[in-house]
Design a protein around this ligand. Structure first.
Ligand code: NAP
Length: 475
């Protein structure tokens, strides 16, 4: 049964009309429901309400804010089956993965419920005997976020939880393809006791229009964006007009490296998890595989066997491990990347088929070389290009030869090599003998064109706070 309206979490739906968008199920094209869109003047009204709410909220104690966040976390867990189902229906990822994302998303709420109580300032030894120096941290004010469709809950809570814990109010524009998860998650925050004006979800026909307002409005003090590098770069320019604080979580091109001394079975397991989660549509997905010549053939054989065991289908069906791509454009792009790689000399070792609807078989490409376009492209789909390498120096040059710098992975059993390679990879995150690295306690973020700012961890809340320096004179 695919009727999405049978969950009480979906209060923000409506019937079809000119001021609504249809939300589609990518697994079969069904219209799940409609979401009301708001006008530009409504966005401005919401911002005014958010400003007022924030002034009150910042005067509550961190402990009071923590109680509400903790309750929100508990409600997310209690409603995790409903949230996961909504996510699978609108986004397509298998139900078990959706449940995993709900838990991952909730973990940020719990983490920042605690971290909000630890936003310490400093006392600073004074260079002058007549002065005493200290710092305090204060919320930036109204924070706004624009988030993508690939993690429709976690990309919101990873920003909303630290913002709210810090004493900010929060306005989010989720992707127009996956707003239901956002509205459902916000509904639980309200049920937890959060005033509605502190967490506002907005959707409009045009993301460009929302972007203009959020970037250029003087009362919004912070913009946190997760999405593509091109859009992030555009939003940054727009934020310059109001000198807004910004965090940019952008695209990636993760190398996945298997050295000749690696445990190959572990590497295959990590490669499958890193590459094919969410049908390859994650910013930290392994994007290109560098396999040492000495173990290349063994790795290809074992990896291909594991890929052939992945089951494609509607994410609601038990046992499915790969769902549909998000839309026609995504499918077209994935197929054209494969065609292009083949035209440049790559071989389709496994898969490469376009199936009905938005499904593409997981694909293994061999005979891939560093010069091919596929090595420089963020694939965002279930394609694994395998490149043979011979020595560590050449490997490092190739692995770092990208504008991106988000995640990277390598497998080795040598501690010496692990330290050396980890230090030399130009990426914000490195998985060593591990294909899944994200969690709420570690700082998530990139360098180079993958953006700046860190989410999660003790650093995540600093993105929503200003440091104020206090100088006590006349001592
Ligand atoms: P996208 O096209 O940049 O869209 C992301 C969000 O930005 C959506 O809400 C979209 O709204 C909105 N948007 C698009 N154009 C805009 C504009 N001109 N002004 C204001 N808002 C605009 O990215 P995507 O294709 O959805 O997501 C995939 C990208 O996100 C990949 O590059 C991936 O690597 C990156 N990503 C990064 C991270 C990270 O943590 N670093 C995490 C997840 C994803 P509409 O949906 O309404 O168009």
């Amino acid at each position: 049964m695919n009727n999405i309206k049978n969950t009480s979490l979906l209060r923000a739906t409506c019937s079809a009309n000119d001021d609504a968008i249809a939300i589609l199920n990518p697994a079969n094209g069904d219209v799940l429901t409609h979401i009301p869109l708001i006008s530009v003047s409504d966005i401005h009204k919401y911002i005014e309400r958010s400003v007022l709410a924030q002034k009150q909220w910042q005067s509550t104690t961190a402990a009071e804010r923590s109680v509400i966040l903790q309750r929100w976390y508990e409600l997310m867990l209690e409603n995790s089956d409903d949230l996961a189902r909504i996510m699978t229906l609108e986004q397509g990822k298998p139900l078990a993965e959706a449940k995993g994302e709900v838990m991952y998303g909730a973990s940020f709420v719990q983490w920042f419920a605690e971290e909000g109580k630890r936003t310490y300032g400093d006392t600073i030894p004074s260079p002058s005997s007549s002065k005493r120096l200290a710092t305090i941290k204060q919320p930036v004010g109204v924070a706004a976020a624009i988030t993508p469709w690939n993690f429709p809950i976690a990309m919101i809570t990873r920003k909303a939880a630290p913002a709210l814990a810090a004493g900010c109010s929060f306005i989010v524009k989720p992707a127009n393809q996956t707003p239901l998860s956002a509205y459902a998650t916000a509904e639980l925050a309200y049920q937890a006791g959060l005033p509605r004006d502190l967490l506002i979800v907005i959707n409009h026909h045009s993301s460009v229009v929302i972007g203009d307002v959020l970037c250029e409005h003087p009362d919004i003090k912070k913009l946190s964006f997760t999405g593509s590098t091109g859009v992030g770069s555009q939003l940054l320019k727009q934020c310059a007009s109001t000198l807004k604080r910004t965090s940019m979580e952008l695209g990636g091109n993760a190398p996945f490296i298997v050295f000749d001394d690696a445990n190959i079975d572990d590497a295959v397991k990590g490669a499958i998890a890193s590459k094919f989660r969410n049908a390859g549509q994650t910013c930290v997905c392994a994007n290109r595989f560098y396999i040492h010549d000495a173990i290349y053939d063994t790795f290809v054989e074992k990896f291909t066997q594991a890929v052939s065991e992945l089951r494609i289908g509607n994410g609601l069906e038990p046992g499915v491990s790969i769902g549909p791509l998000i839309d026609e454009r995504a499918k077209h792009d994935v197929l054209s990347y494969i065609d292009n790689a083949v035209s440049q000399g790559a071989t389709i070792h496994y898969g490469g088929d376009s199936l009905d609807g938005l499904f593409v078989t997981p694909t293994v490409l061999t005979q891939v070389s560093q010069e091919m376009d596929i090595v420089q492209t963020e694939l965002f789909g279930p394609i694994a290009p395998l490149i043979r390498f011979y020595d560590d120096e050449e490997l490092l040059t190739h692995a770092n030869d990208t504008i991106y710098g988000l995640a990277s992975y390598f497998y080795t059993q040598s501690i010496h090599r692990a330290l050396q390679i980890a230090e030399k990879l130009e990426f914000g995150m490195v998985g060593i003998n591990e294909g899944l690295i994200s969690n709420e306690v570690a700082p998530f973020g990139g360098v180079k064109h993958s953006g700046f700012g860190r989410e999660g961890a003790k650093q995540g809340i600093d993105e929503y706070m200003n440091i104020k320096y206090l100088c006590f004179g006349g001592y």
